[in-house]
Design a protein around this ligand. Sequence first.
Ligand SMILES: C[S@@+](CC[C@H](N)C(=O)[O-])C[C@H]1O[C@@H](n2cnc3c(N)ncnc32)[C@H](O)[C@@H]1O
Length: 256
Amino acid sequence: MPVSANAHLDFGYPWWLSYGHLPIVACALLLLLLGYARKWSKWPMFLLCVLALWSSAAFVVARFTLDINGRASLPTQNFFRSGTGRVLDLGAGTGRSSIMVLEARPQATLVALDLFGDSFEHHFGPGESPQERLLQNLKAAGVAERASITTADMRKLPFEPATFDAIVSAYAVDHLNREGITQALAEAARVVKPGGDFLLILVGKEPWVQFAFGPLIMHSGARGPAWWATRLQEAGFQILEQGTRPGTLYLLARRS
Ligand SMILES: C[S@@+](CC[C@H](N)C(=O)[O-])C[C@H]1O[C@@H](n2cnc3c(N)ncnc32)[C@H](O)[C@@H]1O
């Protein structure tokens, strides 16, 4: 399926993450028109021009570069290169990260795990059964037959040790507090097989996000790659790779 085909997918992130700059563009342009008609002085007109330019550019970045409601692609092709086996998605939400892995690794099966509690509703709003929303997206992407859904807490996983060949987690572990992060990483280390990959994807404090949203969608404050690498190593992983993508910090780790 082509990467641009989002027709039946609805990841359900808030509208303002994709379109929130448009009302600012409209207001700035209307005020510019008003100012032109009433011959306002040059400084307010200059500031309105700056606002109109920034909000227009920020809209393009949010909608087309960050594109949080669009399909995601793997930040690194080195994740789970064998492509065969069972993957666990910690904090699967409405399925964006699960679909990313299942489309990139067509021989894999995946367990999409989420607590489907307050944090889910906070991100995706109230609605019908959260599990049903996830399932609908897996079906729309044509990957539902390789996926199963589990309702559980990533800090206390209901799986035997060494159950999974790889683990992914996107924009989820960074919603936990410090103790929760330690617990979730320890649980990930417990349930992945020795030598298994863990792709940890986090909200990145990088220029595209800063430009479009400033501090509005910062998670876990200013924690950078070194902080996360240390937490992963403490849990029993070795770091293979780290990097950034628009809006994203990722670390690829391997169970020792
Ligand atoms: C921002 S969403 C990310 C969803 C998805 N991974 C994606 O890439 O779009 C974070 C998800 O983490 C889930 N979550 C938060 N705390 C959790 C926990 N302790 N156990 C399991 N899932 C949790 C929330 O319910 C939410 O669906």
